[in-house]
Design a protein around this ligand. Structure first.
Ligand SMILES: [Zn+2]
Length: 68
């Protein structure tokens, strides 16, 4: 497992669910669910989710601070 994925999985599942369902889409101009996402490391402990909007398919990103 790569480091970014491990960081992501360190976050409690209930919180991860909330995060993926609470991503802003600049095309929908609304909160959406991120789908087909990849996980990138950022900084020392953080990750970035890179994926698509569930509603319209527009690329969306979500920065996740991992301070657990
Ligand atoms: Zn969208």
């Amino acid at each position: 497992m790569d480091d970014a994925k491990k960081r992501w999985l360190d976050i409690p599942e209930s919180l991860r669910e909330k995060i993926i369902q609470n991503v802003f889409c600049r095309s929908c101009l609304d909160e959406t669910t991120i789908v087909d996402y990849e996980i990138e490391p950022s900084g020392k402990n953080d990750v970035i989710l890179n994926g698509s909007c569930k509603k319209c398919g527009h690329p969306v990103r979500r920065y996740v601070e991992n301070d657990f």
